[in-house]
Structures are given as C-alpha cells and as structure tokens.
Design a protein around this ligand. Structure first.
Ligand SMILES: NC(=O)c1ccc[n+]([C@@H]2O[C@H](COP(=O)([O-])OP(=O)(O)OC[C@H]3O[C@@H](n4cnc5c(N)ncnc54)[C@H](OP(=O)(O)O)[C@@H]3O)[C@@H](O)[C@H]2O)c1
Length: 280
C-alpha cells in the first residue's frame, strides 16, 4: 500500500485515483473544490498557488501525481497551473522532508510545434511556438530539475463522456472544419485511457522519464468528421474555421507506452466515440 497524493485532482486525476484506491492504495486528492471528489479519495482542500495551503500535506507520501489543468486559456492561468503550482508543491515536499518514490506530471502534446503531419515520439524536438506548449514544457523542466525521480505523460486531446462539444456541434449543424482538414492529423486519448495509463505508470517499478499518452491512431480531421457524419446521419461540415486558429498537424506514436504492457481500452476514436455515442 502506497500513500498517493493527486494534486489538481480533476477528471483524469480522480478516475486514476479511484483505480489506485481500488488496488488498495491510500489516495489523497488535492484541489480547491474537494466536494467534487469521489468517496474513494481522501480530500485535501488547497490552492496550489498558495504555499501556505501546502504546509500540511499527508505524511509519508510514496507517490505524487500532478494533474492540475489551467482554469482559462490565457497565459497567466497556464503559468499558475503548470509552473507556479508545481513549483510550490515541489518546494513543500522538500521542506517537509518527503521522499516520494516518484512524481508523475500530466503534460501535453502541445509541446510539439511540428505541423507537417510527421510521426513523433518521445525523442522528437520540442520547440513550442505558443505559450500553451511553452509553459507546460517549463513545468516538465522544473520537475526534471527537482530532487525527485519523475515521469512525464504527454497527453493528446482528451475525449469521452462529459466532453461532448464536438458531437453537439455536429448534431446542431454548427461544426466547422479546418481549411487543411484533409491533411491535418489530430491525436487524442479517451479519458479512461488517460487515467488508465496514469495509474499504470504509477504502479510500475521503474517507468521511464517520458511517455506519449495518445491512442494508436492519429487521424486526419477529415476522416474523423466523415466518420461522425455517417454515424450521426448529419452532413459533413461545410463551414471552414478561421485559419488563424490552425492547431498544427502531427502524428504522435504511443509505442513506448504500449511497450510497458499498457493495453488501451479504446485503441482508436472509433471504439471510444462509438461507446460515447451510445450514451448521448
Ligand atoms: N483536456 C485535454 O484535452 C488535455 C490535453 C493534454 C493534456 N491535458 C492535461 O491532462 C491533465 C488532466 O486534465 P483533466 O481534463 O483531468 O483536467 P480537469 O478535469 O480540469 O482537472 C484539473 C483540476 O485541477 C484543479 N486545479 C486547477 N488549479 C488548481 C489550483 N490552483 N489548486 C488546486 N487545484 C487546482 C482543478 O480543481 P479545482 O478547480 O477544484 O481546484 C481541476 O479539478 C491536466 O494536467 C491537463 O493539463 C489535458
């Protein structure tokens, strides 16, 4: 039994926490609104940006997962979630003489600026052009420079129940496609697999320092939208989105994660969205 702290314990953190608690671990969830935590997870109401709130962490932490997400799409919110909050937590762990075996950080594939549909893996260059990727990368580097062994899981776009925006837009006829939709590759992971992979890495003896957390099938936006249109019986979107909002095109490889023995519940969008469509 390991005492595990999940800091910024939201959707993915809670799902991983419930799995880890079910496996017999002593799981604590830290967030500001702790009433949203499931009963399997013990609560710690704290704001990661307030060092005073972190003075009394549970003792003898064996493992720390950092799954906080920015509360807004602005630079200050990203800095608070991925840099300041992490820095405060690491400082609190050091100050309290805690010796977790490992700290695991959920990062993002936004750290890759590649835009030509190239295949990428954990060794590919990270030169993000936008603050989103830059600040998440700053968090990764902060963690790597800490005294703790660490692992980073770079997640693709998370989808699944509760994240129905695209399905609703398609159903209501408000969905748009990118100008380069036939060549723009997107990468995603179902929330069950984001949490599953996180819990899996948490229980490994010696995980590597970096994994890509994406499913097994990067997909062009065109293939995705055409699949949806057929399944939902709606037209393929003909409105084109603002070219300013171009989001990049890359194909992230999950071979390293698969090599750990992790098996995806939803290896591609087809399985994941089929299950989601049955519920909506
Ligand atoms: N969504 C995506 O497509 C995507 C893609 C790549 C990577 N990721 C990463 O995956 C991870 C999990 O995402 P998720 O969807 O599970 O996020 P989420 O549901 O939004 O959970 C994040 C949690 O962080 C907590 N939090 C934020 N600021 C905090 C603060 N100052 N102090 C304490 N807690 C704070 C929030 O709880 P309170 O508000 O109650 O404090 C929230 O519950 C995140 O690291 C995210 O950046 C997400």
């Amino acid at each position: 039994m390991t005492r595990i702290l999940i800091a910024g314990c939201g959707d993915v953190g809670s799902l991983a926490g419930v799995k880890l608690a079910g496996d017999g671990h002593d799981v604590w969830g830290l967030r500001r609104r702790v009433d949203a935590l499931p009963p399997e997870i013990q609560t710690l109401a704290a704001d990661l940006t307030s060092p005073d709130d972190l003075r009394d962490l549970p003792c003898d932490l064996g493992l720390v997962l950092y799954t906080a997400a920015a509360g807004g799409h602005d630079e200050a919110s990203y800095r608070r979630a991925y840099v300041d909050g992490l820095q405060n937590l690491l400082a609190a762990l050091v100050e309290q003489g805690q010796a977790p075996k490992r700290v695991i950080f959920t990062s993002s594939t936004a750290v890759y600026a590649q835009n030509d549909g190239a295949w990428l893996d954990e060794d590919s260059p990270t030169e993000p052009g936008r603050f989103t990727g830059q600040l998440v990368l700053e968090g990764e580097r902060l963690l790597a420079g800490s005294p703790f062994a660490s692992t980073v899981l770079r997640l693709g776009g998370i989808y699944g129940p509760g994240r129905d925006g695209m399905i609703e837009r398609l159903r209501s006829g408000h969905a748009k496609r990118s100008p380069d939709w036939t060549t723009r590759f997107t990468n995603r992971i179902h929330r069950a697999d984001a949490a599953g992979a996180l819990a899996h890495l948490a229980t490994m003896n010696a995980p590597e320092s970096l994994y890509l957390g994406v499913d097994s099938e990067p997909t062009t936006e065109a293939d995705l939208l055409k699949w949806f249109a057929e399944r939902l019986g709606v037209p393929v979107p003909d409105q084109v989105s603002d070219p300013q909002r171009l989001a990049g095109s890359k194909r992230c490889r999950n071979a390293r994660l698969l090599a750990t023995g992790y098996r995806f519940r939803y290896p591609s969008f087809r399985e994941g969205y089929s299950a989601q469509l049955e519920r909506t």
